[in-house]
Design a protein around this ligand. Structure first.
Ligand code: HEM
Length: 275
């Protein structure tokens, strides 16, 4: 009797932890989708009229350190392409993660997935070209970190696609999620930066040189922290420990709360004022 009671208590605990973990993941997804679509809205509303109204020369009217560079046709084209593609991949990425869309519209998922992978690879090549020919603010650490992100995007895109073609759906799902995290790194960077300015005023950031310990952390953290949290989530989800699931749900909950603050700060302090 006692044994049966403790078994059913354990089962109820496990059931509760599975539920809490899936609620935390769903909350993270909703916040991410809303935050990324706000970013897409900004990119479209800010760069769209400049590029379509004035062509590549419109890049001269942006805050970018090297927007339009006279005589550098390849660089200007790469940047214009990079910005327009950002709209497709950041806008489409969250749609790929919605299970109902995958189940009800598999052809749409496949079509958008192929577009997403191709565009992510092409825009990373354009980004790598820009960084290596024009440089980037934040010095050599930023240079290395964003180059690493570009290389990870290309690598993860190839792996996710290969698993999809081989119909190894579980592996495909995992690598597609990793790809989503590294593609979203530029967005995590912006909300992380604005979260930090809003909550600490910018401790560990030298705003003159755009270097400093916090930025060193953020340049790499923009991809490594989301990847680490994803691995913790996947292991907790697959494991049988309810404590592990509760802990992962707590971690995702804290990260999601921080993201809400970062999205608010980036929207109000960075994106809306530019439109
Ligand atoms: C694939 C995901 C990526 C997306 C969605 C993306 C999106 C963007 C956006 C929206 C901007 C305009 C900046 C702003 O207004 O805030 C930008 C600028 C830029 N991106 Fe990307 N980007 C991605 C990946 C990369 C990668 C992997 C690299 C380099 C390896 C890169 C290099 C650059 C450069 C050099 C600029 C010019 C401005 C600057 O120096 O910050 N991007 N990107």
């Amino acid at each position: 009797m006692e044994i049966a009671g403790s078994v059913s208590a354990r089962a109820a605990n496990l059931h509760g932890s599975v539920r809490i973990l899936s609620i935390a993941a769903a909350a993270w997804f909703v916040v991410t989708a809303i935050g990324q679509w706000i970013f897409v809205f900004y990119v479209t509303a800010f760069y769209g009229p400049l590029l379509f109204g004035k062509g590549l020369a419109g890049l001269d009217e942006t805050h970018l350190p090297a927007g339009y560079v006279p005589g550098d046709l390849m660089g200007n084209l790469a940047l214009g392409f990079h910005l327009l593609i950002a709209i497709v991949i950041i806008g489409g990425g969250p749609l790929q993660l919605i299970p109902q869309i995958r189940a009800r519209f598999p052809a749409f998922h496949r079509y958008l997935g192929r577009t997403y992978v191709a565009m992510a690879v092409l825009t990373s090549i354009a980004g790598l070209f820009l960084v290596w020919t024009r440089g980037v603010i934040g010095g050599s650490v930023a240079h290395i970190a964003i180059s690493l992100d570009g290389l990870l995007i290309i690598l993860f895109a190839v792996i996710a696609l290969r698993h999809a073609i081989a119909r190894k759906i579980d592996k495909h799902r995992r690598w597609a999620l990793r790809l989503f995290m590294v593609v979203s790194a530029v967005w995590f960077y912006r909300i992380g930066l604005m979260f930090w300015f809003m909550t600490t005023g910018g401790i560990g950031i030298d705003t003159e040189t755009f270097t400093g310990p916090f930025l060193t952390f953020l340049f790499f953290g923009q991809m490594l922290v989301p990847l680490a949290i994803l691995e913790i989530y996947l292991r907790a989800k697959d494991g049988s420990s309810s404590a592990g699931k509760f802990a992962a749900a707590g971690l995702i909950g804290i990260a999601t709360f921080g993201m809400v603050i970062g999205i608010f700060a980036a929207t109000m302090g960075m994106w809306l004022p530019r439109i």
